[in-house]
Ligand binder design. Structure first.
Ligand SMILES: *Cc1c(COP(=O)(O)O)cnc(C)c1O
Length: 460
């Protein structure tokens, strides 16, 4: 499959380029040049597959120049062999709503599903290369742990993770900082997630720096992640769709996971509405409800993985809405950068054909956890509660699947606030409390971060 950049669609890229670079040199995001939907017959054939088989069928067309189908099949099965459920994900009932549990991987959030696969893509690629790769990634809490688990100890690569100091939960932090492998580096930035993300973008855009360290990225803008995440929309639909279109409610920060749902729809899956569920960092809710795409200051919430105001993947949707015109998209992105962009009415109507949105504030999130626990004796994590609450507020609970993005034990404070109970880690992960943590606190200063990276590389 051929890819282009949202800001210049005249150059073409292979999956390998797209996967290793993450972000295009012109600052745009990679998207396929064209996407061919599955036919009804093809969908029918896919419907009886187990998760791993389905993953291989959906992902392969996007990367058929990278590895063979047989290699992909074995890579998928290796990637998901350490998940704690039989078929990677699980579907449960919550009254009218269905919940798609995506947190049964090694670091307890949906990000493992794409990241375990990506870790093995790197290993496959580096098997044929001499040059060492340095992966640098920003995290609002969960990406970092998933990346480290997927990349620790792998040959010929180092992983550097930037997290916002003191703004993630202790469990989230420990899942990143207790590793002894020498290729793992944790940096706590004195700032918020958007600062971390900007630092990584700046390092990428510094051609001299990024090529000198052979830098690569696995943030949620990485197309390989999006494709891997599209798989579970298919899986859920085939298990519960009954021929009816389904809506999906998705707790959203960077617009990655929900964009994967949009990709599934473009691939022919009968999806009705994609519900963008946000916390009070609600730029995406404001954008989709009335076109207001102005950035405000990021506020800390009890759903820290969504404390974001720069929803990077939104650019991919804008590119589509702008009829795949990369010059116009580039223009829009510079307006967004200057914080002067408003989505015009015709574009907004286009967006609303596929998306709708809602926001839950802090109190509503806690109340939702409480209500669900009272009604169903189930504990959901606060991000999942935002997804559930959004579907309820919109009255879209029929034929609706909520993506449950994390295990509640990752956010003990919110759970405690809601139901005065502590949610325990699965036994296999209790060790994270006993190990020593290792991370470096660095101010929000690009030169200090670069120095740390260069020094660390020279020492190993
Ligand atoms: C990352 C994350 C989200 C947001 O996902 P995006 O792809 O950034 O929209 C939601 N919930 C949890 C638990 C997360 O870790």
């Amino acid at each position: 499959m051929e890819y282009i950049s949202t800001r210049n669609n005249s150059d073409h890229f292979s999956f390998k380029n797209v996967f290793l670079k993450g972000l295009a040199d012109d600052g745009g995001l990679f998207v396929p040049k064209s996407i061919k939907p599955f036919s009804k017959d093809e969908l029918n054939k896919l419907s009886s597959l187990n998760y791993n088989e389905l993953a291989a069928e959906i992902i392969f067309p996007f990367m058929n120049d990278f590895m063979t189908k047989e290699e992909l099949i074995s890579t998928v099965s290796k990637s998901y062999s350490n998940f704690r459920t039989e078929d990677v994900v699980k579907i449960s009932d919550l009254g009218n709503l269905k919940v798609l549990e995506l947190y049964h991987g090694p670091t307890l959030a949906f990000k493992d599903i794409a990241m375990q696969l990506i870790g093995n893509f790197y290993q496959y690629h580096l098997g044929n290369e001499q040059k060492k790769i340095n992966i640098i990634v920003a995290t609002s809490g969960d990406t970092g742990a998933a990346a480290i688990d997927a990349l620790k100890g792998k040959k010929n690569l180092n992983v550097f993770v930037l997290h916002p100091n003191n703004r993630i939960s202790p469990v989230q932090r420990r899942l990143m900082t207790i590793h002894e492998e020498k290729n793992v580096f944790n940096i706590a930035i004195e700032g918020n997630f958007d600062d971390c993300q900007n630092l990584v973008k700046e390092m990428f855009n510094d051609e001299k720096f990024s090529s000198s360290i052979n830098m690569s990225g696995v943030n949620s803008i990485n197309w390989a992640r999006i494709v891997a995440q599209a798989v579970y929309y298919f899986y859920a639909y085939f298990r519960i769709g009954n021929g009816q279109p389904l809506s999906f409610s998705v707790p959203t920060g960077n617009f990655g996971d929900i964009y994967a749902g949009y990709l599934a729809k473009k691939l022919g899956l009968p999806i009705d509405k994609l519900i963008v569920a946000t916390n009070k960092n609600d730029i995406l809710h404001r954008a989709i409800s009335d076109g207001d795409y102005t950035q405000k200051k990021v506020e800390e919430t009890n759903t820290p993985s969504m404390d974001i105001q720069i929803a990077s993947n939104f650019e991919r949707l804008l590119y589509d809405v702008k009829d795949c015109n990369s010059d116009v998209t580039k223009d829009v992105m510079s307006k967004i950068k200057n914080n002067t962009y408003k989505i015009d009415n015709s574009d907004l109507n286009e967006i609303k054909k596929n998306f709708t949105s809602e926001m839950l504030d802090e109190n509503e999130t806690i109340q939702m956890i409480k209500e669900i626990n009272r009604e169903f004796q189930v504990v959901v994590d606060p991000h999942t509660a935002v997804g559930i609450g959004a579907a309820k507020k919109l009255g879209l609970e029929q034929n609706c699947v909520v993506l449950s993005t994390a295990h509640p034990c990752k956010f003990p404070k919110a759970i405690e606030d809601a139901i005065s109970k502590t949610e325990e880690l699965p036994d296999s992960l209790k060790y994270v409390y006993d190990r020593e943590e290792k991370f470096e606190v660095i101010s929000n200063d690009i030169n200090k971060v670069k120095d740390y990276v260069i020094n660390s590389i020279s020492k190993i």
